[in-house]
Design a protein around this ligand. Sequence first.
Ligand code: FES
Length: 97
Amino acid sequence: MSKKQHLVKIKKGKNYAWCGCAESQNQPFCDGSHNKVKEKYDNILQTLIDANLISTEQELQNLIAQNDKKPILFKAEKDIEANLCGCGQSENAPYCN
Ligand code: FES
């Protein structure tokens, strides 16, 4: 898994799926790995709930939101070399900030 930015050529009018979970082996693009990450995280979350280690509804909602990492679908508006995020933390995703 790479956490650095990726300089990639994107083509005008082509659809892309940028990886928002940072677990893809095909960075910066989605390869479906987010499904495995979500399944693993859901199991951990259920264990915490069963053990009463999550005390508030807000805490539960925050944990669920953190687990909601999905690809971002976008269409390139022009042929460019784009600087795409590789860490999944950019506030300007799919672009690096
Ligand atoms: S593999 Fe990361 S969002 Fe799909």
